[in-house]
Design a protein. Structure first.
Length: 378
């Protein structure tokens, strides 16, 4: 009967820590509503992969019998072999996005670029703290504020810390309503946060909405070819939405496909949350750097808006710049909530939404650029 106690006797304190991490993620998902579709399966998966002799991982049984674990198999097939899960998720994300506010005011593209500052600031900080280049670049991409991009880049660059990076990326995405107001208030005054902006959208034709994803894919593919998988699938999802002849498929991409891939991605990425890889001082550093990246993203976008205001007669509410991160639509909602807290009559949601969707494009381009630049130095 010894086999009944083998698992208990084999339990390590690091695995107990991971049980606590898993339970915390589940609590955040259920009690706080933080990214429940992803944090809940990640949390439960963290428990599964840290059970001694867990059947969800590959193992050798008595008699030399090889047993394949389902989570390890999903990781090797869905992420390691081809990054198929995070890439397919971009179809659903693209189908959810309306680029209309951005196309009606193309200058909002600038804020998507400005709000990527956190990526490069975090790469620099990671390097200073002793991480090698591929790991530093993978950690820095947390600043993309885009979970699938973070997973894909860290996997392509073969980072040792993909689990910690995924947890940091999705945790801070869920904490945008807490992190961003703090960062915005650091670099703005009440007067700046009260600036009103007129919204006079130009008519965006259906032809333009259909042409936009095609044009973006071609241009980005020529300038940053490593971004093609990310941008291409994002824009393919948007083309499904805007073409007008695939309504059922658009609904499927936005709901069934996105939810299914998110569910599988969450429990699959838990393979990288095994205790021996996750319970390290580097994990704590990554969480700190990830927070730094999100704060710098927000500050970068806000400072760009403040710089532009030096030359504009009609001033921009600098909080719009903070909405240029990829966390759509949370960031634009946070900015609008902050604007109404300062002045209940101030409505800047559409401008914030335009900056927010530009951040979606900018983050995947930045991810491709990081892959392209780093692989040249490895």
């Amino acid at each position: 009967m010894e086999f009944l106690t083998d698992g208990i006797l084999a339990l390590t304190w690091q695995q107990i820590v991971m049980f606590a991490v898993g339970i915390t993620l589940i609590w955040l998902a259920i009690k706080k509503g933080f990214e429940p579709a992803l944090l809940l399966p990640m949390g439960f998966g963290a428990i599964l992969v840290n059970l001694p002799f867990s059947g969800v991982l590959n193992q050798t049984l008595a008699g030399g019998i090889q047993a394949n674990g389902v989570i390890e198999w999903l990781f090797h097939v869905g992420i390691e072999a081809s990054e198929v899960m995070p890439i397919l998720l971009f179809i659903g994300i693209g189908a959810m996005i309306d680029f209309g506010p951005l196309l009606s005011k193309p200058s909002l593209f600038l804020f998507g670029a400005g709000a990527q500052l956190g990526i490069f600031a975090a790469i620099l900080l990671s390097t200073i703290l002793g991480f090698d280049l591929k790991d530093a670049a993978s950690i820095g991409i947390i600043g993309a504020a885009d979970g699938p991009t973070s997973i894909l880049v860290s996997q392509v660059l073969n980072s040792k810390y993909i689990g910690a990076i995924a947890v940091a990326a999705y945790s801070y995405m869920a904490l945008v309503p807490i992190v961003q107001p703090f960062a915005i208030r650091l670099v703005t005054t009440k007067k700046e946060r009260c600036i009103h902006m007129e919204y006079n959208p130009k008519s965006v034709s259906k032809t333009m909405k259909i042409a936009f994803p095609i044009i973006v894919t071609v241009i980005v593919g020529l300038v940053a070819p490593q971004s093609v998988a990310l941008v291409g699938f994002l824009m393919f999802g948007n083309l499904i939405r805007e073409c007008g002849v695939l309504g059922t498929l658009s609904d499927t991409a936005q709901n069934i496909l996105a939810n299914l891939i998110t569910l599988l991605l969450g429990i699959t990425i838990s393979f990288s949350m095994r205790a021996e890889q996750f319970v390290t001082k580097e994990t704590l550093l990554i969480l700190v750097i990830g927070l730094f990246a999100f704060v710098m993203d927000t500050i970068g976008g806000v400072l760009l808006a403040k710089f532009m205001n030096l030359f504009l007669k009609k001033k921009i509410n600098p909080m719009i710049g903070g909405a240029g991160i990829s966390a759509f639509p949370m960031s634009s909602r946070v900015v609008q909530k902050m604007a109404m807290e300062e002045d209940p009559t101030n409505v800047i949601l559409m401008q914030a939404a335009g900056a927010n969707v530009s951040g979606q494009i900018a983050s995947v381009i930045a991810g491709g650029m990081v892959i392209n630049l780093v692989t040249k130095f490895l």
